[in-house]
Structures are given as structure tokens and as C-alpha cells.
Design a protein around this ligand. Structure first.
Ligand code: MG
Length: 489
């Protein structure tokens, strides 16, 4: 049970609601940190009298220091300030409600001090989930999710000691303001259209993420990290009413759900009082008036960001970080009206390409090396002499040298394709064996996904080989030119 909090991101939507809960639960506040809202932070500091108040923006912090000079509240600025707030020694719980990857370092610092983390900053887990969860395990820090879906899953999993009993997590998704719209209709959407969220009142960045469904994609990654589950076991469905906050299906077929009004004060309150519960200022859920509850599939054509996030999750490694960074930048530009709605997905896709290529090269490092050696091997002396055609031009000779390389390269691409195909078949076979109750649909989906990957690898291997051939061609030209210059030809 929390007694004193440090609140990072106190002037944002989650931060303000956290302070409402703190008022209700009579929690002390050790530190308040925000971006640049001088007036609001001053008001909050005067009400909750923390020891430390932080504004990330240095000029704003200077102004706040001026305004709070009649109090003994210390005012700090910048990343150092944020870090100091996260490490405030009086706090037993650190609420991380800052927006974006700036939340990572302070969260890690608080974890290392063994503080409970009320985690509202999903970017932290998306960018560095493995790192954060490992640190939490090592330092014995509890991570209690504040995100409504993950709080729901957290609650449904109480009493589940063995993770293997989980068949899948089902995240619910309100569908955002553009639910049911098609690609053509969405092309010309503006930030103003996107900012009209039907159920939740949230900050601008997350509201745009909800409109593109990137938010749900990030939440899929967040759930994978929090509960250490593969992508295959985390799904999302559209649920327009935001009454069912998420569900867990167990291997015995039981499905548990957590319901409530869409009010963030409930998950925030639980993160404070866990493992207990306390009265909450949020209104009660009235089943008789909340209307029918509906569920729909996500349209990945109209909302490509969701599929891109899953792609990044499948790739792992730095792909999720690249996804998140590109999304943060693109959403910022969209909010300034500088780019269009689908430019966000395009920017993210472009950013994912580099990790995809790196991942491919890394996974096929041995193979790439073989191709490279084969390329070198295929310019032996006899071939070179063969290219010394009487009266032949420069390009003809170079081509003659390069030509014999194509056969071994093509052969190696073929071998690579089969090695990969074998790996994929083995994986599918393993999944089918490990999860005999897995629905045929899910398995089919998985296989489609894997075959998509296989095709991709073939194309990349072909492109890579082509690149090597061109590279070798230029090498051969250079070689011939040097010889000619030395008068050997
Ligand atoms: Mg959420």
C-alpha cells in the first residue's frame, strides 16, 4: 500500500487524475515533475507541497523557481531533475506518466531503488521492455500497470501462478474516432478529427495513437513484455463501449474479464493500493444502462500502424525502439499539421526497414559470409585469363569475370531459402506440438505470417546477391583498370 508518491508527468491527463486519487487516498507527494506547464505545476505544488518540483523545460523551471520562492520546495530542471524526482527517497511508489521514451531512464533509476512503479508510460516497455523487466526482477521492484488494458490483465491474472496456464491475452480496443472508416475516407483526416476520442479523455499524443491504432500495437508489445508472452499469445479486438477493459483466456477455456466505466482513476487507484482496494471517486458501472457490449476484428488495411507494431514485435531487438521513435516524431509532425494521416504509418514503416535489414544480415551472417567468399573465389586466375579476350572491350571482360559468380550465388540463395523454410516448418511443428489446442485459425495465421517472412527473406537474399554481383563487377573493372594502367594488358 502506497503512502508517498513521486509523480512524473503531473500536469498531463494521467498525472492530474493521479492527484485526484492521491487526494482521495490522502497520499503524500514527495516529488512532482512535468514538461513546461508552469501555472498548473505551481498550483499542484502549492496544494500537495512536495519537497521537489521539476519542469523539464529549463526556462519554465526558472520561472517556477521564481514563483515558488516563498515556499521551501526545491525546483529542478531537465533530465537531471526528472531523475531526481524518480529517486526521491521519501517515495515508495513512482508514477511514471510522462509521454514518450523520456520516461525510460527515470523509470530504470526508480526500479534500481526497489520502488513500486505505477507504470503509465508504455513507451518505456516498448523501447526497453526486456531491460526494464529484468531490472525489476533483479531489484525486487513491483511494476503495476496503469494502462487500463494491462491493469485489467493484471487483475485477471491474480491467482495465476503458472504462466503456462495462459492461453492468450485479449486486449480490447475502443477503435478510436475512425472506427469503421475505410482507407480512402481516412486519407484526408486532420489532427482535429483525430482528437475526438469517443470514450476516454486523454493527452494529444495517445489520442492520435488511438486514432491510428498504433496505441493498440504499442499495448500488444507492452503486454508481451509485462507478462513475458510471445506475440502469438496476445491479441486485440475492437470493443466500442470500453466497458470490458481486457480479458485473459486460460488453457481450460475459462475467460476472465475486468469491467468498469472507462475512467483511468480506477487503474490508477489500484496501482496505489495494490494488493488492496479502496474507494475510488470514479462513477460505478451500471450494467442496466451501459447498453449492449460488442466485439469486432481490427481492420489492418485501414489501420496499418497496428500491423506495423506487430511486425516490430515479431522482429524484436531494436525494431520496437525504432517503431516507437518514428511514431513519436511522426505524430508530433501530424499534430502540427505538417504531414497527413497515413504519413504516420509510412514514416514508421520506413524506420522499420533498417532494423529489418540489420536483423536479416545478422540472422544470415554466416550465409552472407559464404556468398562473399564465393564471390571472391569465383575470380580465380583461369577465369581471369578466360576474360582476356582478343579485342574484347572493357565491359565485356568484366562481364565475363562476373558471369560465373551468378551460378554459385544462385545456388547458395536456393540453399538459404531451404534452410529458412526448414526452420519455419520446425517452428510451426513445435508450436503445433506445444499447443495442441491451438485453433487452426491461429495456426494458419501464424503460418501465413511465417510464409510472408520466407518470401521476404527470399527477396532480400536475391537483392543481396544482386548487390554483391554488382559490387564484384565494379571490383573486376577496377582490377582490370589497374592492370591496364600497369601495362599488363
Ligand atoms: Mg490503454
Amino acid at each position: 500500500m502506497t503512502k508517498t508518491i513521486a509523480l512524473l508527468g503531473s500536469t498531463g491527463s494521467i498525472g492530474r487524475q493521479t492527484l485526484q486519487v492521491a487526494r482521495e487516498l490522502k497520499l503524500r507527494v514527495a516529488a512532482l515533475a512535468a514538461g513546461s506547464s508552469v501555472e498548473l505545476l505551481e498550483a499542484q505544488a502549492r496544494e500537495f507541497s512536495p519537497r521537489l518540483a521539476v519542469l523539464y523545460d529549463k526556462d519554465a523551471a526558472a520561472e517556477l523557481r521564481q514563483r515558488l520562492r516563498d515556499t521551501d520546495i526545491e525546483v529542478l530542471a531537465g533530465p537531471e531533475g526528472l531523475l531526481a524526482a524518480a529517486q526521491a527517497e521519501e517515495a515508495d511508489t513512482v508514477v511514471t506518466a510522462v509521454v514518450g521514451s523520456v520516461g525510460l531512464e527515470p523509470t530504470l533509476a526508480a526500479i534500481r531503488l526497489g520502488r513500486r512503479i505505477a507504470l503509465a508510460n508504455k513507451e518505456t516497455l516498448v523501447c526497453a521492455g526486456e531491460l526494464v523487466m529484468a531490472a525489476a526482477r533483479e531489484c525486487g521492484a513491483d511494476i503495476v500497470p496503469v494502462d487500463s488494458e494491462h491493469s485489467a490483465i493484471f487483475q485477471c491474472l491474480q491467482g495465476c501462478a503458472d504462466r503456462r496456464e495462459i492461453k492468450r491475452l485479449i486486449l480490447t480496443c475502443s477503435g478510436g474516432p475512425f472506427f469503421g472508416k475505410r482507407y480512402e475516407e481516412l486519407e484526408h483526416m486532420t489532427p482535429a478529427d483525430a482528437l475526438k476520442h469517443p470514450n476516454w479523455s486523454m493527452g494529444a499524443k495517445i489520442t492520435i495513437d488511438s486514432a491510428t491504432l498504433m496505441n493498440k500495437g504499442l499495448e500488444v508489445i507492452e503486454a508481451m513484455r509485462l507478462y513475458d508472452l510471445p506475440l502469438l499469445k496476445v491479441e486485440a479486438v475492437i470493443h466500442r463501449q470500453s466497458v470490458v477493459h481486457s480479458l485473459v483466456e486460460f488453457v481450460d477455456g475459462a475467460v476472465l474479464a475486468q469491467l468498469g466505466v472507462p475512467d483511468m482513476r480506477i487503474p490508477i487507484g489500484l496501482a496505489m493500493t495494490y494488493p488492496n482496494r479502496a474507494h475510488n471517486p470514479a462513477p460505478a458501472l451500471d450494467l442496466l444502462t451501459c447498453g449492449p457490449l460488442t466485439f469486432d476484428a481490427i481492420d489492418e488495411t485501414a489501420f496499418p500502424c497496428f500491423a506495423l507494431a506487430k511486425q516490430a514485435a515479431q522482429l524484436g531487438g531494436t525494431a520496437c525502439t525504432a517503431l516507437n521513435a518514428a511514431n513519436e516524431e511522426a505524430v508530433g509532425l501530424f499534430l502540427q499539421d505538417k504531414i497527413g494521416f497515413y504519413d504516420i504509418a509510412d514514416a514508421v514503416e520506413a524506420a522499420l526497414r533498417l532494423p529489418v535489414v540489420l536483423m536479416f544480415l545478422w540472422k544470415n551472417l554466416g550465409f552472407c559470409l559464404i556468398i562473399f567468399l564465393a564471390a571472391l573465389q569465383s575470380i580465380p586466375q583461369p577465369l581471369y585469363e578466360y576474360a582476356q579476350l582478343e579485342g574484347a572491350g572493357f565491359f565485356t571482360r568484366a562481364f565475363r569475370i562476373t558471369l560465373p559468380m551468378i551460378t554459385p550465388t544462385a545456388f547458395l540463395v536456393f540453399v538459404l531459402a531451404w534452410i529458412n523454410a526448414f526452420k519455419i516448418f520446425k517452428e510451426v511443428y513445435f508450436i503445433a506440438g506445444a499447443y495442441p489446442d491451438y485453433s487452426v485459425y491461429t495456426l494458419q495465421n501464424y503460418m501465413n505470417n511465417m510464409f510472408g517472412k520466407l518470401n521476404y527473406q527470399l527477396v532480400t537474399a536475391a537483392a543481396y546477391s544482386f548487390g554483391l554481383i554488382v559490387f564484384a563487377l565494379f571490383g573486376a573493372l577496377f582490377f582490370l583498370q589497374r592492370r591496364a594502367a600497369r601495362g599488363l594488358n
